[in-house]
Design a protein around this ligand. Sequence first.
Ligand code: ARG
Ligand code: ZN
Length: 882
Amino acid sequence: KEIFLKDYKSPAFYFDTVDLKFSLGEEKTNVASKITVFPSVEGTSSPLVLDGEDLKLISIKVDGKELKEGDYHLDSRHLTLPSPPQGKFTLEIDTEIQPQKNTSLEGLYKSSGNFCTQCEAEGFRKITFYQDRPDIMAKYICRIEADKSLYPVLLSNGNLIEQGVLEGGKHYAVWEDPFKKPCYLFALVAGQLESRDDVFVTRSGRKVSLRIWTPAQDVPKTAHAMYSLKAAMKWDEDVFGLEYDLDLFNVVAVPDFNMGAMENKSLNIFNSKLVLASPETASDADYAAILGVIGHEYFHNWTGNRVTCRDWFQLSLKEGLTVFRDQEFSSDMGSRTVKRIADVSRLRNFQFPQDAGPMAHPVRPHSYIKMDNFYTGKVYEKGAEVVRMYKTLLGTQGFRKGMDLYFKRHDGQAVTCEDFFTAMQDANGADFANFLLWYSQAGTPVVKVSSSYNAEAHTFSLKFSQEVPPSPGQPVKEPMFIPVAVGLLDSSGKDMPLSSLYHDGTLQSVAGNNPPVFDTVLRVTKKEEEFVFCDIFERPIPSLLRGYSAPVRLESDLSDSDLFFLLAHDSDEFNRWEAGQLLARKLMLSLVSDFQQNKPLTLNPKFVQGLKSILCDTGLDKEFIAKAITLPGEGEIMDMMEVADPDAVHAVRTFIRKELASQLKSEFLSTVQNNRSSEEYTFNHPNMARRALKNTALAYLASLEDPEITELALCEYNAATNMTDQFAALAAIAQKPGKTRDDVLADFYSKWQHDYLVVNKWFSLQAMSDIPGNVENVRNLLNHPAFDLRNPNKVYSLIGGFCGSPVNFHAKDGSGYKFLGEIVLQLDKLNPQVASRMVSAFSRWKRFDESRQKLAKQQLEMIMSANGLSENVFEIASKSLA
Ligand code: ARG
Ligand code: ZN
């Protein structure tokens, strides 16, 4: 059933207190709830409708009186009281559930023997009958009863107020959460866990106990997560003045988890991949992801929990904002430019394609069938870009004022994206005109800009035009409010001082001539619009959209030589990288067309020269170099083509890489040599940057058919003392099929078979391989003893990894599509959320040539015809076919 934003109605009944009693068992679990209910309007005649799925109703009482059949209606999704009492009343419901059989990993389920929960978005209804919507906020008490030896640790939200021993080897604990919360933030954990404990003292002097829980053997691997948590707590105080509000903060790591992590009040539950790390088993990327996600979930305590969403359409209110906050946190802890580059690449490779496909939806969707399908790059990453634009427009202080007002107005409430917008505007007396369109219009705006210099008048003009492409349900779009940060470079490569500009027939001064300003933010709001800079005494090279100030596709009239100039000189490091990417994209697209016409491929020597000068520039940050010499992804290039041609794009990217490797072989070799280190592993920017550069160079070299390089990679593999270096060497070796590859892959497995997170890396490396016919290898790996279709991480590594290989997933013979079609159906029986993430790989089928289209469509139709398809998969598959 499709649910629409425009149909939102505030609830007829609110819940005040919720008293839950869990009796956890091996065969069945009993859940008793006692809720105080009150009508929103006295004397309402509305029925009370509760959500419930896969629940066995044992009994239901109103004000202590048991209801008989006929006093209520029960169907497979709802429990309805047609005529509840007129005033406040208590509702008591007993249900029975079977968490041990719950493979969907939502609601209450078991993961390696322990009980845990995942309620967002709509999983609480699998625990007990409830108004499962975020605008129902109540105070919870939770009593957990379980076998003491099997489940020595019993956790829920808030404070532990009572615990004790019971008969029959059982024990209990009672938790009370003093803050009102929606049910999606409820959590319960019971199991054999141990904790790493620490303390954080807030700036107002509250002593907060921090505990990170895992199975005993993994506790040593939680040091980095604890470091990250404390850093996040401090950062939120320093940057936003936000303090933690309870005396205890728990984090639990579980191996079976659909997503990354969940911000349940004071009891965050994490996919263990995002908690556990040691230098030997986790890579720099893992360390960085842990820092970011620990931060993300912690930051939700204010942006999400204290102020939550009125309904699920508002998801970006908490997720866009919290992603923005975690991005800023990671920037402050490492390198801002490098973080920005990584985030923008992600956006381009994953979100842009989605935004141009059948599942395109605005940051605030208008409708959904299954909310879980909307935990997307649109809501998260594009939502974060929208928040970033407020900051770009208001500056750091103005943004902070807006945040302060937002909390002042809405603490303890369930609100909407407009409320955030209004707080930002009101706090600054600003006028953001049609900015709200960012929430309602899907699609990535295309912004064209042309420039001209008038040497007599000393003016420089930038003419903008914008177009938002149509998307499902939105054929025509309005122009958007696009902040474009601009600087102008003089012929020596320095930023020119900006004094004033003409816009809309008026002369505006560019704030603050003393001290001089070197960049400004243009507010592009119309379909066509011109800005004319005055007092420009030589033809400048414009640096446009600095820091990627808006999530648009910018098409400028900059020439290649302008771009090489920006690559060499722009003071905005992000735009230096961007200039290199633009050059690379142009180059790749033109080679793709050569390839398609069977023309021989040749590489522009200027491009090689440009990359060489970056590679050898000792003044640059090493991680910046690593990013700047990395070509745009194949997905990004396919996304820019009329008809996506995976074979051509792959061939071209491989060709350029190999050509660069052979022409810059000695530079790459010395990069590898000069960036080795025998020091102990440390997670800090200089060391990660060094490893990133070395390993990027190694990956280039490994594209050559060269025994000397194989030797070198083997040597790196054997000498590695941390996973970053070891895995990079393994990946380098695995580029070329053959005995060395097989041997080293086998060696790696035998070293790490006891560590399932490392084994997942091994799965995904093989799954993503572009070795021809790799689908067979992946099929075999399905039967590998370490593989398990019920564990999402393993599915994402093996199946998700495979779909990430353009050549093999999109193989001309349809073998990749057929493979995925089969797997989706198997997965859907076990875990619809995971199945639906996998089926999304088909959603862009119309972007390919006719024969591929036909093959992909067949699979989608086959999936649609299956019996008992979940709503999750149905929504993606049917919208893809539409
Ligand atoms: N709120 C979680 C986060 O931190 C994600 C939960 C997603 N759950 C789901 N079923 N889609 O981003
Ligand atoms: Zn989140």
